[in-house]
Design a protein around this ligand. Structure first.
Ligand code: GMT
Length: 374
């Protein structure tokens, strides 16, 4: 198949999934073309069968606001026409699904290109609901030839929030279990916890929706019972507030802000437990990465997280904002080695059996074939 993929190229789960999907499809012999304003961060080294097409932006003075959606649509038309693309797969509805619709209309007399839109999260649950976007999101979903969502939760939210009757296929996010795997102790662990303290880890883009300051409040409560360190990976709007909170609570010596990092597998392997107190999380790719490395997860009970984390088996789930309960869960796992080991093994097993890319990529291929043959 000849597939064009559009995604956000920067750090973030939807871009990561789109890029890993493209790489896996290319390895299976499909021709993959990425179209975006920058090279996706996960693309890495040269891969046969993958071409990147950059969307050039005009900086004409009259255009006070970016015309990216239009420039993207033009690039989609160009790539589709000259590369004979069968299918345009866009990740995150805004604005990608609209650009794809526009491209399809422009190609109408030349080709019957199919559009698949994969919904990831705030495109549906947050920003998509704003009055300036809602009609456009609804329209672009209805006009897509195929729509997939990364969790059952997201599928239901889309159908109800946008009053849509369209068939939406749930295809869960996936991971390379040979890359994200438990790999014993690391030097990093000694560096972070020189006195063999337990290590809690959290990775995110530090947006308010992630409620990162709560990880520090949980650290404070847990430290009253047991010595523990907190590692925060990533960067974003709430990082300064988190650093301020650490100073206020006198926890700077016990919290390590690592910023954006590439060596996530090593960091996860140096850690003992993943904390994700989000306010909204349609899937929770960061938690999946941790589970694949054998980490139990303590999370809020929002969105798709309960579909990923089995309460009392691979981790614990608490009400959103209930930091007392989340702290108790962390303490429970850190003081009961038998239970911790069981949860750790169960986390890895759950990933191997359900979210391995070898299981999920064929689901995408099947979906592509269905849409192409409809
Ligand atoms: O929707 C977002 O906030 C951005 C998006 C991203 O690009 O990182 O995150 C969403 O997609 C991820 C990949 O499918 C999911 O793992 C995240 O749960 C989801 N984020 C939210 O729902 C807040």
């Amino acid at each position: 198949m000849k597939i064009a993929i559009t995604c956000y190229p920067t750090y973030g789960g939807s871009g990561a999934i789109a890029t890993e999907l493209g790489k896996a499809l290319a390895l299976k012999g499909h021709q993959v073309h990425f179209i975006s304003y920058a090279r996706p961060f996960r693309l890495g080294e040269f891969v046969e069968n993958i071409v990147f097409h950059e969307v050039e932006m005009s900086n004409y003075p009259l255009f006070e606001h970016s015309m990216y959606s239009l420039a993207l649509a033009s690039k989609m038309v160009e790539v589709a026409e000259y590369e004979k693309i069968d299918l345009l797969h866009v990740h995150y509805a805004i604005p990608h699904a609209v650009s794809a619709y526009l491209a399809k209309q422009m190609l109408k007399n030349k080709s019957d290109i199919k559009i698949i839109t994969t919904l990831h999260g705030t495109d549906i649950t947050l920003v998509g609901l704003e009055p300036s976007f809602l009609p456009m999101v609804k329209f672009s979903i209805e006009q897509s030839d195929g729509v997939s969502a990364v969790s059952r939760f997201l599928k239901e939210k889309t159908l109800t929030n946008y009053n849509i009757e369209k068939d939406i296929t749930v295809i869960n996010n996936f991971i390379d279990i040979d890359l994200y795997k438990p790999n014993g102790t690391s030097k990093l662990r000694e560096h972070i916890a020189p006195n063999n303290e337990k290590i809690i880890v959290h990775t995110s883009n530090f947006r308010p929706v992630k409620r990162v300051p709560e990880t520090i409040r949980i650290l404070e409560k847990v430290r009253k019972e047991i010595p523990v360190k907190l590692v925060l990976v990533g960067d974003g709007p709430d990082r300064s507030e988190c650093e301020r909170l650490c100073r206020e609570l006198n926890l700077c010596d016990h919290t390590k802000f690592l910023g954006k990092q590439n060596g996530l597998v090593e960091i996860l392997n140096a850690s003992d437990l993943f904390l994700i107190p989000s306010q909204s999380e349609s899937f929770g790719l960061a938690a999946l990465e941790a589970m694949s490395c054998g980490l139990p997860v303590v999370s809020s009970s929002v969105g798709g997280l309960p579909e990923l984390i089995n309460h009392n088996e691979t981790g614990y789930i608490a009400e959103i904002g209930d930091i007392d309960r989340m702290s108790k869960y962390v303490i429970e796992l850190f003081t009961n080695k038998r239970k911790y080991d069981l949860f750790s093994k169960a986390s890895r097993k759950r990933v191997e059996e359900n979210f391995d890319k070898e299981i999920v990529i064929p689901e995408y291929e099947k979906f592509y074939n269905k849409i192409l043959n409809d």
